[in-house]
Design a protein around this ligand. Structure first.
Ligand code: BG6
Length: 490
């Protein structure tokens, strides 16, 4: 029997406005938190990419907004704003069934709190969705991906303020109405668990003393939960065809040993990570968080009716990003020799059985099957892998070719494990490879960390033609989609 993926499987690629769209000051768009992410020289970088996790304060924010010398690559991204037709044609050539992109909130509501939307911003996404529709590519749209209107940072102090819930729901309602019939797959917040780690980029929170304030962070998270549920409610009312999902940065944390304390430690790590999915899929705060809140003196403010909102308007499916796994060990079992490795949003102990990418992220295809099984066992809702891929250094040859066997190898191994998971019984809706056309890195704001099937001729300083070139992986992925994966699996 020929092995292949189901015909209806949604193959595609993923991007986000803040790293890909550019044109930060065109079309009436207002400034967003991502516009203040400065390019960091490699020698000044922490493993997590400095600006991404450093708590932002008012002084640094004003500095970035008025800075005439620093480089802020997310302001220009890959210039999708001006090149969307060319990019979508390339996606169609690969045979994409779906394309994940995000709407920049401040393109629709420049300050965040207006009642009337910016028509020019709405018209831009109309044009993008029409172009996708021309090729039969289904858009998968994230409402908030690592950006937040600066107007709401300054006037309302970000998501810790309950008023932001109303502004977000108004924004969601506006785009659900406008794009009814054009878009049916939606995600509310990208990697909602990252707000609990970084605060500023997706939450608009400022920390004047340079320290993350857990009370504010978790209150902001609570407000995003409520906003997501209310957006889900209104999204279903506007169009019952809408499928609305949550999105988690999945962090699979293997216990370092079979020492019972290490096993318990990995359960704690799972709780830290799955708390967000537990609320958004199961519809209530999990009991294990009570202890965490108590021990950290966090007292969340719930308004009357919040519990009902969370339980009534849960999501339709679960989406997640998966780049790597990690290893965890109880503090009492730490030894001097343990090697530390970098990773997506985390630093952790390195796994001796795995190799790492150019950026130190450990490559673990079987971990994807582990993750799919664990999530499906726990939630029993359809799953969607909306980010996975390899950030690597690519070379543009003089004849315009790019040879990226390392990327093909990474993707080949992960896709085979996805197939195994489907055979295990996991309900998997689709797969969108992260950064299908090269874009600016979220963590380090550099262009040279490339994920794409398509090379964008731009460097870390924003120099270059921004012309697009097909990599070897472009042709490879085209064959994967055309054969429903059969060319890899048989
Ligand atoms: C995910 C984000 O965490 O990882 C993306 O949702 C991001 O926005 C991706 O780009 C890869 O991370 P990085 O730092 O390599 O761009």
């Amino acid at each position: 029997m020929t092995k292949q993926f189901p015909k209806e499987f949604l193959w595609g690629g993923a991007t986000a406005a803040n790293q890909y769209e550019g044109a930060w000051d065109e079309g009436g768009r207002g400034p967003a938190t991502s516009d203040t992410a400065r390019s960091i020289a490699p020698e000044d970088r922490t493993n997590l990419g400095s600006e991404f996790t450093t708590p932002m304060n008012r002084e640094r924010l004003e500095f970035a907004l008025n800075d005439k010398e620093g480089l802020y690559p997310k302001r220009w991204g890959s210039d999708f704003y001006h090149r969307y037709k060319e990019d979508i044609a390339l996606m169609a050539e690969m045979g994409f069934k779906t394309f994940r992109l995000s709407i920049a909130w401040s393109r629709i509501f420049p300050n965040g709190d207006e009642t009337v939307p910016n028509e020019e911003g709405l018209a831009f996404y109309d044009a993008v969705f029409d172009e996708l529709n021309k090729y039969g590519i289904e858009p998968l749209v994230t409402l908030s991906h690592y950006e937040f209107p600066i107007g709401l940072v300054k006037a309302y102090s970000g998501w810790k303020n309950r008023k932001v819930v109303d502004f977000f729901v108004h924004y969601a309602e506006t785009v659900f109405n406008r794009y009814k019939g054009k878009v049916k797959y939606w995600l509310t917040f990208n990697e909602i668990n990252i707000l609990g780690m970084t605060g500023y980029l997706s939450g608009g929170l400022l920390f004047e003393d340079g320290k993350l304030n857990l009370q504010d962070m978790y209150q902001a998270v609570h407000h995003q939960f409520i906003a997501s549920s209310l957006a889900t409610k209104v999204g279903h009312e506007i169009d019952p065809e809408n499928q609305i999902g949550m999105m988690l940065a999945r962090m699979e944390a293997y216990p370092a040993t079979c020492h019972p304390d290490d096993i318990m430690q990995s359960i704690h790590k799972d709780h830290e990570n799955l708390f967000y999915a537990d609320v958004q899929i199961r519809g209530k705060y999990p009991s294990y968080m009570n202890r965490f809140f108590r021990e950290n003196n966090i007292e969340l403010v719930f308004e009357e009716g919040d519990e009902d909102i969370l339980s009534q308007y849960t999501v339709d499916f679960m989406s997640f990003s998966y780049y790597m796994s990690s290893v965890t060990r109880h503090p009492n079992n730490q030894t001097e020799e343990q090697k530390v490795t970098a990773g997506n949003l985390i630093l952790g102990e390195s796994n001796p059985y795995l190799e790492a990418s150019d950026w130190g992220w450990q490559i673990d295809p079987v971990g994807l099957r582990v993750t799919l099984n664990k999530l499906y066992d726990r939630y029993q809702v359809p799953l969607f892998i909306v980010e996975n891929g390899l950030g690597a250094l690519d070379t543009l040859e003089t004849d315009g070719s790019i040879h990226d066997p390392y990327r093909i190898d990474y993707l080949d191994k992960h896709i085979k494990q996805m197939y195994e998971a489907i055979e295990d019984g996991v309900e998997l809706m689709g797969y969108t490879m992260w950064g299908c056309i090269d874009l600016v890195s979220a963590s380090t704001s550099e262009m040279s960390k490339r994920y794409g099937f398509v090379y964008v001729d731009a460097d870390d300083q924003g120099n270059g033609s921004f012309d697009r070139y097909r990599k070897d992986s472009f042709y490879w992925y085209k064959d994967v989609i055309a054969s429903d994966g059969a060319n890899l699996l048989n």
